[in-house]
Design a protein around this ligand. Structure first.
Ligand code: HEM
Length: 171
């Protein structure tokens, strides 16, 4: 028995065939790969995205009473420079085109007496800002992997809570 396609079914069939020709599986796979290969910098929204996150993040550090003692004495120009240095750093380490214009993490933080708890406060602000800017989990994880790599260079007094009374006096 011969089957006759209704007009609607025929249109649907033509549409499906047209789509299959327009987007062959290989092209779709290549497109998916291109998306996956985007640098973290690009996925963070490029310079604009990085800049907005760092501005908000730095302002929170300056105003958080738990750690603001570290930033006392920084005038507006020094704060702006602190932000710019952090933008360039994040841009650079995430695959962006910026140059690092700051000192090494060690040189910049050595002697400040930053504790593990201080570091966690700062990391917490970064997490909050990334969440508020709706940066997806995957990108947050990649960024944190990089930032946490700097932790040993930044924390001077690694584990205050484990200091026993016999431990050497802190500086
Ligand atoms: C979360 C990881 C951190 C990153 C990526 C980071 C990044 C930076 C950068 C790029 C600079 C500029 C260095 C320069 O002037 O050449 C800087 C300076 C500074 N950072 Fe951090 N920092 C981090 C954690 C912290 C923490 C936990 C504190 C203290 C709570 C802190 C306090 C400071 C201060 C006070 C300066 C100014 C130092 C100076 O100019 O003498 N940072 N940081």
């Amino acid at each position: 028995m011969k089957m006759k396609l209704s007009d609607a079914r025929l249109s649907l069939l033509i549409a499906v065939l047209a789509l299959a020709i327009a987007v062959p599986p290989a092209a779709a796979a290549a497109e998916a790969e291109a998306v996956a290969e985007k640098s973290l910098y690009e996925r963070l929204g490029g310079y604009e995205g990085v800049s907005a996150v760092v501005d908000e993040f730095a302002d929170r550090l300056f105003h958080d009473k738990r750690i603001s003692q570290f930033f006392i004495g920084m005038g507006d120009d020094t704060r702006a420079s602190f932000k710019q240095k952090n933008k360039n750093l994040v841009c650079n380490v995430t695959g962006g085109p910026c140059k690092i214009i700051s000192r090494s993490a060690n040189d910049a933080h050595d002697g400040l007496g930053i504790t593990a708890a201080d570091f966690d406060v700062v990391a917490g602000h970064l997490k909050d800002v990334l969440n508020e800017f709706k940066v997806p989990e995957r990108e947050q994880g990649e960024l944190f992997e990089i930032i946490l790599g700097l932790r040993p260079a930044i924390v001077d007094r690694p584990d205050e809570t484990k200091l026993s009374k016999d431990a050497p006096t802190r500086r």
